[in-house]
Design a protein around this ligand. Structure first.
Ligand code: SAM
Length: 282
């Protein structure tokens, strides 16, 4: 049997059997491997790091999209930085948004995801409300004059091209591109293995946003038990509205999510005491 080994951390590796390699190539920016695994279905790995699998990607995509969109309640214009697989775009377009712009550095990730992982985006790239731009997210944020209700940072980890998406300067620039009441959500790694990453994201967002709150999602193929995301906006309470409010807003999602519910939204912000260092801005 052939094995794929993801060695993200010292003294720890995750190994998945490769039933079949569907694609393997080095793009201008990164190594792209798409393979089939008997448990997780199709797997996309960039530079040797699992980005998503067919079986569990919905948990990540629903939580990065629906938590900020439902907390906002009336988002019309949404920006996604990264997310070239289209999974976050698919979830965003379940809301009655007028426009969703996806800015992905590596056009080949979009093309390959559409070809080999069409179920992840589920036709979202062809939705008339979607605009797809192939360029660096930091350059886009610096140059655009557009304002958004919600910005989602669906990036790789802060190594290589993704690093610039984790800086205080980038979050400050994102803040200027938000309309009043606007929210941002950021993929922030596995806190068990990468506590510094979560601390950095929270601290840097706190430089630009009055309300900063980490929340958790269990994604089996992201090693370390829980994936951390961080939501930020003008007020901390706005990120976790009461269940009653979330239920009233849930109409467009009714029967269209497999993981997200208003109860899961609220529970995701309930953190163990060991997370206290990360919520010091509360
Ligand atoms: N859900 C995934 C995870 O956390 O493992 C990440 C999904 S998505 C595949 C990440 C994307 O971010 C990649 O396709 C990568 O090319 C893109 N990306 C990295 N740096 C970027 C940048 N500076 N601007 C725009 N996109 C970027």
């Amino acid at each position: 049997m052939t094995w794929f080994q993801e060695k993200l951390y010292d003294h720890y590796a995750q190994t998945l059997s490769i039933e079949k390699v569907l694609y393997h190539w080095r793009t201008e920016f990164q190594d792209v491997l798409i393979f089939e695994n008997a448990i997780f279905g199709k797997v996309l790995a960039l530079d040797g790091v699992v980005q998503l699998t067919e079986r569990d990607n919905h948990i990540y995509h629903e939580m990065i999209a629906h938590v900020p969109l439902m907390a906002h309640g009336s988002a019309r214009n949404v920006l996604i930085i990264g997310g070239g697989d289209g999974g976050t775009l698919k979830e965003v377009l379940k809301h009655p948004v007028e426009r969703a712009t996806l800015v992905e550095l590596d056009g080949e990730v979009i093309d390959l995801s559409r070809r080999y992982l069409p179920e992840v985006s589920g036709g979202a790239f062809d939705d008339p409300r979607a605009t797809v731009l192939v360029m660096d997210g930091t350059r886009y944020i610096a140059e655009t004059r557009e304002k958004f209700d919600v910005i989602l940072i669906d990036s790789t980890d802060p190594i290589g091209p993704g690093e610039a998406l984790f800086t205080a300067a980038f979050y400050r620039a994102c803040r200027t591109r938000l309309r009043p009441g606007g929210l941002i959500a950021v993929q922030s790694g596995a806190p068990f293995f990468q506590p510094q990453e979560l601390e950095n994201v929270c601290g840097r967002l706190a430089g630009s946003f009055a309300g900063v709150r980490p929340y958790l999602a269990p994604v089996p193929t992201y090693a370390g038990g829980m994936l951390a995301l961080v939501a930020a906006g003008e007020s901390r309470d706005a990120l976790r509205p009461p269940c009653k409010v979330l239920r009233e807003r849930c109409g467009p999602l009714q029967g269209r999510t497999r993981y997200y519910t208003p109860e899961v939204h609220r529970a995701a912000f309930t953190l163990a005491p060991s997370f206290e260092p990360f919520v010091r801005s509360d």
